[in-house]
Design a protein around this ligand. Sequence first.
Ligand SMILES: C[S@@+](CC[C@H](N)C(=O)[O-])C[C@H]1O[C@@H](n2cnc3c(N)ncnc32)[C@H](O)[C@@H]1O
Length: 223
Amino acid sequence: MKNDSNKISAYWDNFHKDIKGYGAFRPDPVLSRYLKLISKGKVLDLGLGEGRNALFFVQNGFEVKGIDISETAIQSCIKRAKEAKLEIDVKLQDIRNIKVPENTYSLIIATMVLQFLNKKERDTIFEKIKKGLIKNGIVFLRVFSLEDPSYKIKLESDKFEMIEPNTFFLKKRNMCIHYFSEKEVKSIFRDFQIINFSEIYSLDLAHGEPHYHGMITYMGKKI
Ligand SMILES: C[S@@+](CC[C@H](N)C(=O)[O-])C[C@H]1O[C@@H](n2cnc3c(N)ncnc32)[C@H](O)[C@@H]1O
């Protein structure tokens, strides 16, 4: 992997060593609620982490491929798959460099990962997601929203540089953090049919000290 990918993967390796549970291994409730809408076939999970969503789809008869930049996350996912006797195709890779075959996936998942990319990288991956889905294929995103408390903190501090609208560069982690608006997400997928959209504010107990996040959840269908 590229040098800056190495620094990013080191951050995420530490993050995964700190995961405490509290729902960190349960599939996203929106994905499980709409399981029936997803036609049996291939699933791609971008930044799959320890595989909470990916393994749920393997259990439900889908052929799943997952990509993550963290060796720790990948190894944890493989271990959990072996324990449950599930088959999953996982790859240690930076999603900024992936090739996504066109018209291939019934579902593409990207939860809590795309906010760490800059605008050009996000635009590129959104295009790949759109092209990678089959007709009636589903995209599922969970991203930070402008309501996230850390957005306001960054806005008011001179320690963080806003490099693009609502995107800051985090020097220590060597990565960006972007806060999405409802209008932005809906505009990216303006040619999709919305299945589920919500903005929530919730307590995160999965890692570090308990803290709040503002998040947007989006599920849409390629028509
Ligand atoms: C907050 S975790 C979310 C994990 C999982 N999607 C979930 O919802 O449980 C973010 C994940 O994205 C991965 N990640 C971050 N940037 C990445 C990149 N550029 N390429 C691949 N994976 C990345 C991290 O290693 C980490 O596993």
